[in-house]
Design a protein around this ligand. Structure first.
Ligand code: DX5
Ligand code: ZN
Length: 216
C-alpha cells in the first residue's frame, strides 16, 4: 500500500496543530518535516523544537528531511526530539555511510535524499545502510514548484538498484494527484505532497484524493 506523507512546509505554521489534525483525519501515513538551513538550500524553516512540538500532538511517524550542511551535527537533537526517520542529502555528506550509521545507532530509520542532478549511483555503496530513499522531483528549497519529469526514470533506477531490499522509495516535490499513479508504477512507495494537500480547501480530502489516484 502506498504511503501518503503531507509536507508541513505548506501548512499554516500559526495553526500547525490544527493542520496536522486535518491530515491525520484524512488518513495520512506520516508527516514530512522540511528542515532548511539557508546554506544547503536558499531558505530557512524549522528545527528540533518544532519536531518536539509535533511529537506531542500526533502519533504519526515524523519523516524529517534535513536540507542542511553538516547534518551529523544536528542528528542527535532531531532524533531526541522525536524524529522516526531522518533523511540527509547525499550531496551534503562526504561520509555518507558514517552518517547513516549514526542515524540508525540513535534508533531512527535512515534516509538518503538525491537532488534532481544527483545520479542513483550515489547510493550504490550504501544500499545496505539505508531504510529510505527520497527522490527529489524539484530542486529543494521551496514548496509549490513544478515536478521535474526526470524523476520518473530516477525512481525506476533507484528501485532496480535496491533489488529486493525492503527500502521505502519516496518522491518529493510537485507531487499532485494526476502524477500519483505513474509514480507508483515507477516504484515509489511514498508520496510526499505539500501544496497539493495544504493548499487545498480540504486537506483531509486531498490526502484521500491522492491515495485514490495512486490506486486508480
Ligand atoms: C522542497 C521540500 C518539499 C516540499 C514539497 O524543498 O523538500 O518537501 O515541501 O512541496 P510541494 O509538494 O508543494 O512541491
Ligand atoms: Zn521534503
Amino acid at each position: 500500500m502506498i504511503r501518503i506523507a503531507p509536507s508541513i512546509l505548506s501548512a499554516d505554521f500559526a495553526a500547525l496543530g490544527q493542520d496536522v489534525a486535518r491530515v491525520e483525519a484524512g488518513g495520512a501515513d506520516q508527516l514530512h518535516v522540511d528542515v532548511m538551513d539557508g546554506r544547503f538550500v536558499p531558505n530557512l524553516t524549522v528545527g528540533p523544537v518544532v519536531v518536539a512540538a509535533l511529537r506531542k500532538r500526533t502519533r504519526l511517524p515524523l519523516d524529517v528531511h534535513l536540507m542542511i550542511v553538516e547534518p551529523e551535527r544536528y542528528i542527535p537533537e532531531f532524533v531526541a526530539a522525536g524524529s522516526d526517520m531522518v533523511t540527509v542529502h547525499a550531496e551534503a555528506c562526504p561520509h555518507l555511510a558514517r552518517t547513516l550509521a549514526q542515524i540508525r545507532e540513535l534508533g531512527a530509520r535512515a534516509g538518503v535524499a538525491l537532488n534532481p542532478s544527483t545520479p542513483p549511483s550515489a547510493l550504490e555503496y550504501v544500499l545496505d545502510d539505508l531504510d529510505l530513499v527520497l527522490v527529489m522531483s524539484v530542486n529543494p528549497g521551496f514548496g509549490g514548484q513544478s515536478f521535474i519529469p526526470g524523476a520518473h526514470r530516477k525512481i525506476r533506477e533507484v528501485r532496480a538498484l535496491l533489488g529486493a531490499r525492503p527500502v521505502e522509495v519516496s518522491v518529493d516535490g510537485g507531487v499532485k494527484a494526476d502524477l500519483a499513479r505513474s509514480l507508483v508504477e515507477d516504484g515509489a512507495t511514498t508520496l510526499v505532497a505539500g501544496s497539493a494537500i495544504f493548499g487545498a480547501a480540504d486537506p483531509a480530502e486531498a490526502v484521500r484524493a491522492l491515495r485514490r489516484a495512486a490506486a486508480a
